[in-house]
Design a protein. Structure first.
Length: 202
């Protein structure tokens, strides 16, 4: 059931994005990215509010814990960078595939305030609510935590649609899933994910 829901999300995203790209025909890469992110946000909203699994929220998280979650998110980003330094062929292969123009376009995303806000804040919040708050929570009701974390993290990684991001997203998903099972509070993985993406874009 969970795999079917994620497949449905991916299919709806793919169809909706391609449909509106053909209809609107954005003239620049940035316009295309803003369109894709807007559609992605709307689709996530539909799936999140259409699924009745309640979100787990504690009334209060201590400042010390918030700081710890932020440091964990930044630490995950630094871990990925160290991996790319140790194994430079991973990132080189990716950039050889997308070319110089693709490389420039990738980094131009962080300079636009709209895409920056989505990638650093809105995207991580929606992804955590869906993959940890809905998928993982529903899976924990039927399976052991380890299996539930791996399943939700793999589904989260698949939606990123490229090999390098798959590995990064899988690691981040496992970390956020583990923290969620410890705290049972959706705010914890949200803070980790936001800190990770914000540090990447900073």
């Amino acid at each position: 059931m969970l795999i079917f829901i994620c497949f449905a999300l991916q299919l709806v995203l793919l169809l909706a994005i391609n449909f509106f790209i053909v209809i609107i025909n954005p003239s620049t890469y940035m316009e295309k990215m803003i369109l894709i992110e807007s559609i992605t946000m709307l689709v996530f909203f539909v799936f999140i509010f259409g699924w009745r699994t309640p979100l787990k929220l504690k009334t209060k998280i201590s400042t010390k814990n918030y700081i710890a979650f932020i440091m964990i998110g930044i630490g995950m980003c630094l871990f990925h960078r160290i991996i790319f330094i140790i194994f430079p062929q991973i990132s080189l292969n990716l950039y050889q595939e997308i070319g110089i123009e693709g490389y420039k376009n990738t980094f131009s995303i962080w300079k636009n305030p709209v895409t920056f806000i989505y990638t650093s804040f809105l995207g991580p919040i929606l992804e955590e609510v869906f993959y940890r708050g809905k998928i993982l929570e529903a899976s924990l009701e039927k399976h052991k935590p380890l299996y539930a974390i791996i399943i939700s993290s793999a589904l989260f990684a698949i939606v990123h649609n490229n090999p390098v991001q798959f590995v990064s997203a899988l690691c981040l998903g496992i970390l956020c899933g583990y923290v969620y099972t410890l705290t049972r509070d959706i705010k914890a993985p949200i803070v980790i994910h936001v800190a990770n993406n914000f540090y990447v874009s900073a």
